[in-house]
Design a protein around this ligand. Structure first.
Ligand SMILES: *Cc1c(COP(=O)(O)O)cnc(C)c1O
Length: 357
């Protein structure tokens, strides 16, 4: 059976060679006679996998030495709460750019005082707010690097006032471009968009923040405890970490994050060009804030949208339906989505537009 063109928003496409390598590691890891999911996380073999995963992130993103790289559980959603538990003393500031930012804001609100310093909600999150100010006394500024649902992305991260760490949810664009760590205190990313399978979340945290301890917490919710234990405070999601390691190897082999960014520009350009031709499709994101990972657009009617989605399925394309509360079409074109898949989508869009435009 042929593989589909996978445009799912998450869990999302994983490179075929990673899937095949992980299938081999499932039953016999490098001739050890046992598979990765059945080996002790304290074994030499697994500790090496964890070390290589950490080293892969450090290498690909050029993570400065004063940052910890952790692999935790509970997804990005647990990070919404956990980052506030660990960092929020006085007030956390949030830029609200979409449904995931809203959730981050609301979860932190269960821990302490939060403030929305900017929001594009009134414009259906179609743009990234740029000029905003923060009051004194903020513990951090939280942004969502790429808005998976709405199809917008920060081109550049904002610079909070001196001493206020930037906290970044990069779940849907991590490793799709270089990351500037200037002013950044914490970056987190659920793995299931650009890093591999679900079940593990990457956390990159500046070491001085480990010592903040604004409140008493159970160990499992404390970054410092996870850092001290090398992400092995309890049994880690071993197979997910293994697959992330394979994805990191793949990115390096393909040319690193600069190459991922070049590919993303090329792939996204194919679709945005069609949108800009002014035919059947309307982009929903402001031009300068368009995401290179999730492309959102609408057709003139529900009927045509349905028809388009049906046709895409017929042509072996998966996951193009827009988010349940937003509608329209969303093409998620993460690192692992090949150019050929995006070319197939562009071909369909062109053909469909000529037929129905
Ligand atoms: C998918 C996503 C999340 C939620 O991730 P979970 O791992 O399901 O908790 C959070 N933020 C962004 C930007 C996402 O794309």
């Amino acid at each position: 059976m042929a593989r589909l063109h996978n445009f799912s928003a998450g869990p999302a496409a994983i490179p075929l060679e990673v899937l095949e390598a992980s299938a081999a590691g499932l039953s016999d890891y490098r001739g050890t006679g046992i598979g990765v999911p059945e080996m002790s996380h304290r074994s030499k073999a697994f500790i090496a996998i964890m070390d290589e995963a950490v080293a892969g992130v450090r290498d690909l993103l050029k993570v400065p030495a004063d940052y910890e790289v952790l692999f935790l559980q509970g997804g990005a959603t647990l990070q919404f709460a956990m980052l506030a538990m660990n960092l929020l003393k006085n007030r956390g500031d949030y830029v609200i750019t979409g449904v995931w930012a809203e959730k981050a804001y609301s979860e932190a609100g269960a821990i302490g005082a939060v403030e929305a310093v900017a929001s594009s909600k009134d414009a259906r999150y179609s743009f990234i707010p740029k000029n905003f100010t923060q009051k004194d006394g903020s513990d951090y500024l939280h942004i969502t690097s790429n808005n998976t649902v709405e199809g917008t992305q920060f081109r550049n991260y904002p610079r909070p006032p001196q001493g206020v760490p930037l906290v970044v949810d990069a779940s849907s664009d991590i490793l799709s471009r270089p990351l500037d760590f200037t002013g950044v205190g914490l970056v987190y990313a659920g793995a299931q968009k650009n890093l591999g399978p679900s079940g593990v979340v990457l956390v990159i945290l500046r070491k001085d923040l480990l010592e903040r301890n604004p409140r008493k917490l159970p160990e499992i919710l404390r970054y410092s405890a996870h850092a001290k234990a090398g992400s092995m405070l309890n049994t880690p999601p071993t197979f997910s970490v293994y697959m992330v390691k394979l994805v990191l190897d793949w990115i390096r082999k393909e040319g690193g994050v600069a190459e991922m960014e070049a590919r993303a520009r090329r792939k996204a350009g194919l679709i945005y060009n069609l949108i800009d031709e002014g035919g059947l499709y309307r982009g929903t994101a402001a031009r300068e804030d368009r995401s290179l990972m999730n492309i959102t657009f609408t057709l003139p009617s529900e009927e045509l949208t349905e028809k388009f989605l049906k046709e895409s399925e017929k042509q072996g394309m998966e996951g193009l339906k827009g988010y349940r509360t937003v509608g329209g079409v969303r093409a998620s074109i993460y690192n692992a989505v090949p150019l050929a898949s995006v070319e197939a989508l562009a071909q369909l869009m062109g053909d469909f537009s000529r037929k129905h435009g």
